[in-house]
Design a protein. Structure first.
Length: 272
């Protein structure tokens, strides 16, 4: 999943794609680099980010979405938690909703998704971006993430969303300090019993600084590669990244390694 932010304040690429023409160029490049789908976001969810109104978000997203839908052949997801934004972008050609609140911020969003019959990503989170780390307190990180995602799944199903249309995301960095995020990533298999595809978004995030030091976002690509490798090895089905060209190579090689794993422990798999 290639990231296309149309915001002035996203932590890694704010302002780069506000113009619909430039956004289309970026989307075409993501497709050429190997993206299987593109996730367009109009509101930054970085720590301390300012909340947008529905009108402001639509003003950013719709002109870009219209150009991108007409220009690329891969599916488009929209990163939003607002029901009215979801309703209009789905009408305009988006085919998936990626919700950082797991349907908890806007009670109408689940009904919009259910009516459209489209996939939805339920991301684990607590609180809002303005108070990102207030609730970053865990006794057992993965167990609590799993249980809270299970609640989100039940919320979706109760609103009429087919369980087969649900994807879960542990929400790396959201209401999690670096040790929480690293634990969530290292123990990703703990989400397997939710029996839903897993999306992981480690790209250029601040938790990487625990190993890299104070590297700015554009200098965290190698760290991202390590996190993507771990995510795929531990069971992620989708990785959400900025550097699609590089990370598509990482995922292809990691997939080959994972496919060669021998559960009997001999270390070798005969393929000829």
């Amino acid at each position: 999943m290639g990231i296309l932010n149309v915001t002035p304040d996203s932590f890694a690429d704010g302002g780069a794609n506000l113009d619909p023409g430039k956004a289309l160029e970026a989307a075409l490049q993501l497709e050429a680099d190997g993206a299987d789908l593109i996730d367009i976001g109009g509101e930054s969810t970085r720590p301390g980010a300012t909340l947008l109104s529905v009108g402001e978000e639509l003003d950013r997203v719709l002109p870009v979405l219209e150009r991108v839908v007409a220009g690329v052949s891969i599916p488009i997801s929209i990163d939003t938690y607002k029901a009215e934004v979801a309703r209009q972008v789905l009408d305009a050609g988006a085919v998936m909703i990626n919700d950082v609140s797991a349907l908890s911020y806007d009670s109408d969003l689940a009904r919009v998704v259910a009516a459209a019959g489209v996939p939805v990503v339920l991301m684990h989170n607590r609180g809002r971006s303005s108070e990102m780390y207030r609730d970053a307190r865990y006794e057992h990180v993965v167990r609590e993430i799993r249980d809270e995602l299970w609640t989100g799944i039940q919320r979706a199903v109760n609103a009429g969303i087919s369980r087969d249309q649900i994807i879960v995301d542990p929400g790396l960095g959201f209401a999690k300090q670096a040790p929480h995020t690293l634990s969530a990533l290292a123990n990703l298999s703990g989400l397997m019993d939710l029996d839903r595809p897993i999306l992981v978004g480690p790209s250029r995030k601040s938790f990487l600084q625990s190993a890299l030091g104070k590297a700015p976002p554009d200098e965290r690509e190698w760290g991202t590669a390590a996190a993507v490798t771990a995510a795929v090895l531990f069971g992620a089905h989708i990785v959400r990244v900025h550097g699609v060209c590089e990370m598509s190579q990482v995922t292809r090689v990691t997939d080959e390694i994972r496919a060669s794993w021998d559960p009997e422990g001999s270390g070798w798999v005969t393929t000829f």
